[in-house]
Design a protein around this ligand. Structure first.
Ligand code: HAM
Length: 430
């Protein structure tokens, strides 16, 4: 059958549904957040980890055969070499895969900023490509590390000026606690399934724990009376969880125990937590979350290496920041704008010199009229205009205009960069 030509896609040259371009000045908020996170993570001993944007599908199958993210939302593809691959839907599995592959000395502490991909129904705070700031600390099982990881995230929110962030804390227990709890929960839920429909039974059969974080109002009553994981913790799991709570108390980090907090991946063991804000809709109110995953490295064929980490959604963080009026744009004014009436290479040299001294300098291009260049200088919001004119050049000078006050003076050509630098109110790297 001959191929019928496809009609042109009117949206072909728009960002795909559920994705966004982030351009200046908005992108300057992103660079500010990333820099603040990097500073904090590095203070805590975490080094940047950059892993591929796609992995073998198997890496992600490990993290949640029973979860929506893995079952329904992954962007998977087969490459020209017949490999089954997937775009990263979450950040923990790739970092654990890198740990298993390179075996760095534990504790290995890594931070990342990366795009994540999930085929979700796009809405405010829920996208098909989102970005996370995260950390993973692998190789030690010590509740003090859990406290440190929570502290890292909590202090980051404070650093950027976000307030009223709720921390919900839970424990998924250990190998000893979980099977008994899962069995008790399953039989409780099935015993109370009357009238709740096939949907409910199907969810319980797939994963009883996952029913707990359902937002379905008709299931709420059953869920509220369900047995709680914390009643099933082994002594070891209970002691460790208490130590985490005492640690958070010691650092005056407020939290609420939430035995119904169930995170969206199968790998979680022990401490789990989520940070939520009231400024976002309930279904998308988590700006970050994480927990322990003590078996994941082994499940990937690696050594026994417990781990803990979290991911913070940058887009959601910024929505919360918008609602609270924090995390402003950081686009900075140019220091100088060069207006060129000479037409030779002098403008190329002067702009180069200004920038070499660390100043933010710009110019216009394409041989525009002097009047048009001054208009552009004004629009650029530069502090100083530097005029390269024939008269001044004959005296070995340039004219410098303070664009805020309109004052103009003549400055020695070779001194101009230093002259401007000494007149800036705020030094650059402040
Ligand atoms: P997660 O809870 O799936 O955890 O994602 C972390 C954060 O990413 C969420 O709290 C949310 O802010 C943001 N996020 C998730 N999905 C979307 C989306 N579709 N659109 C916008 N933002 C989104 C993880 O991914 C785990 N890897 C976290 C972790 C690290 N656990 C241990 N270590």
């Amino acid at each position: 059958m001959p191929d019928t030509p496809r009609p042109p896609n009117p949206d072909a040259f728009r960002a795909p549904t559920g994705t966004h371009d982030v351009l200046s000045p908005e992108s300057s908020r992103w660079s500010g957040l990333i820099a603040a996170f990097a500073r904090r993570a590095e203070r805590f001993g975490y080094g940047l980890a950059i892993t591929p944007v796609f992995e073998h599908l198997e890496v992600f199958r490990r993290v949640g055969a029973g979860t929506d993210v893995v079952r329904k939302e992954m962007y998977t593809f087969t490459d020209a070499g017949e490999r089954e691959l997937a775009l990263r839907p979450e950040g923990t599995a790739p970092v654990v895969r890198a740990f298993v592959e390179h075996r760095p000395t534990p504790p290995w502490k890594a931070w990342y900023v990366a795009p994540h991909f999930r085929y979700e129904r796009p809405q405010r705070g829920r996208y098909r490509q989102h970005h996370q700031l995260g950390v993973e600390a692998i190789g030690v099982d010590d509740p003090d590390l859990d406290v440190e990881v929570v502290d890292l995230a909590h202090g980051f929110f404070t650093d950027i000026g976000l307030s009223d962030v709720r921390l919900r804390l839970n424990s998924m227990g250990d190998e000893e606690s979980r099977p008994a709890y899962r069995a008790a929960l399953r039989s409780y839920l099935l015993d109370h399934a009357d009238g709740l429909g096939g949907d409910f039974v199907e969810r319980v059969e797939a994963s009883p724990l996952r029913v707990l974080d359902s937002k379905r109002s008709d299931w709420r009553e059953i869920i509220e009376r369900a047995p709680q994981i914390t009643e099933y913790l082994s002594d070891a799991a209970q002691n460790s969880f208490e130590r985490v709570q005492r640690g958070l108390d010691a650092l005056a980090i407020p939290y609420e125990l939430d035995p119904r907090l169930v995170r969206g991946f199968d790998y979680y063991t022990g401490t789990t937590f989520e940070f939520t804000v009231e400024d976002l809709d309930a279904a998308q109110d988590a700006i970050g979350g994480g927990g322990r995953y003590d078996r994941l490295a082994e499940e990937m064929g690696g050594p026994a290496a417990p781990g803990i980490g979290f991911g913070i959604g940058i887009e959601r963080l910024l929505l919360a920041a918008d609602a609270q009026g924090v995390v402003g744009s950081r686009v900075q004014r140019p220091d100088a704008f060069v207006v060129d009436a000479l037409g030779g290479l002098e403008a190329v040299r002067v702009v180069h010199e200004l920038r070499s001294l660390g100043l933010r300098a710009d110019r216009s291009y394409g041989g525009r009229s002097v009047k048009a260049q001054w208009r552009q200088a004004d629009r650029s919001d530069a502090r100083f205009g530097v005029m390269l004119g024939a008269d001044e050049a004959s005296r070995g000078a340039v004219a410098v205009k303070n664009l805020d006050t309109g004052d103009q003076t003549e400055v020695d050509r070779d001194e101009v960069a230093a002259w401007i630098e000494t007149r800036l109110e705020t030094p650059h790297d402040a």
